[in-house]
Design a protein. Structure first.
Length: 289
């Protein structure tokens, strides 16, 4: 996607390093035009099949609508699969959240009100932030601010993958299975490249990369949105994940919304009406909680 035009946003801080291990470990902060905060925070996490795209591309535009409701937006980059394998990207996302808390006062951010919101691979990272706080293997405290928490208080996931090994099975069940050479259970798939090996040969590693593995009673509320005709990340990923979340968190903390006929990264997710719906969810759990 092309870069987002953020020239109209007066208060912003771009390309701040949240860790020092890689040039990828940078974030951008956008603040509402007025007010001294502290502003509740939307951590925006871009997608790109774990291998591409950027914190400043057009994927951040829906999240930036939050500025009008008094949210700060922190858009993050993270190490891609070409640079580092799982769990590096999860460790990066957690390090970014810790950095936000450590630097909250300087940038008028509320360290007690942080939400993660992403699509596709960014949705995956948002789910991992929501489910896996406190999991030692997914933390690298050497990345900085080890005294801070990486918890988030709400999670918004657009068409995010969860159980990599079931993706082709789900797509086949929906009549959407890709031709050979473009399937998830292949050595060149985004998921195999992320984990460093053909996913069908490493079920334990796939389990370690599955957000479902880490669901616990203290997890925050989730809003999951997915298109029913998604040919890339099957809708069953969100349906099954929502059910597992509900079993542990209860019905009231999990909202699953299926967009009938919508495909992957469908423009319908980014309509003002739908983005307003997401912001209503965040208001409920960050402003009114």
């Amino acid at each position: 996607p092309p870069p987002a035009d953020t020239s109209h946003i007066r208060r912003k801080f771009l390309n701040l390093s949240y860790a020092q291990l890689s040039p990828a470990q940078k974030l951008d902060i956008y603040l509402p035009d007025e007010g001294d905060g502290p502003f509740p925070v939307i951590v925006a996490i871009h997608g790109g099949a774990f291998m591409g795209c950027d914190k400043a591309d057009m994927q951040v535009l829906p999240m930036l609508e939050g500025l009008k409701r008094g949210y700060a937006v922190v858009s993050i980059n993270y190490r891609m699969s070409g640079e580092a394998k799982f769990p590096a990207l999860v460790q990066d996302a957690k390090a970014a959240v810790r950095w936000v808390r450590a630097n909250a006062k300087q940038y008028k951010l509320n360290p007690r009100k942080i939400a993660a919101w992403g699509g596709s691979a960014g949705g995956y990272l948002s789910t991992m932030l929501g489910t896996s706080a406190g999991v030692t293997e997914l933390e690298d405290l050497k990345l900085g601010n080890p005294d801070q928490s990486c918890t988030v208080q709400a999670v918004v996931v657009w068409y995010g993958p969860t159980n990599f090994l079931k993706m082709d099975e789900h797509l086949e069940a929906s009549g959407l299975l890709a031709p050979l050479g473009f399937r998830h259970n292949e050595a060149n798939s985004p998921e195999s490249l992320l984990l460093g090996q053909l996913i069908t040969e490493i079920p334990e590693k796939v389990k370690a990369a599955n957000p479902e593995t880490y669901i616990h009673p203290g997890a925050p509320p989730f809003l999951l949105q997915h298109g029913t005709k998604d040919p890339v990340v099957p809708v069953q990923q969100s349906i099954e994940f929502a059910e597992k979340l509900k079993q542990v968190l209860g019905e009231n903390k999990v909202t699953l919304e299926l967009l009938d006929g919508a495909e992957h990264a469908d423009i319908r997710f980014e309509t003002l009406e739908n983005v307003s719906r997401v912001l209503d969810f965040l208001d409920t759990h960050l402003k009114n909680a």
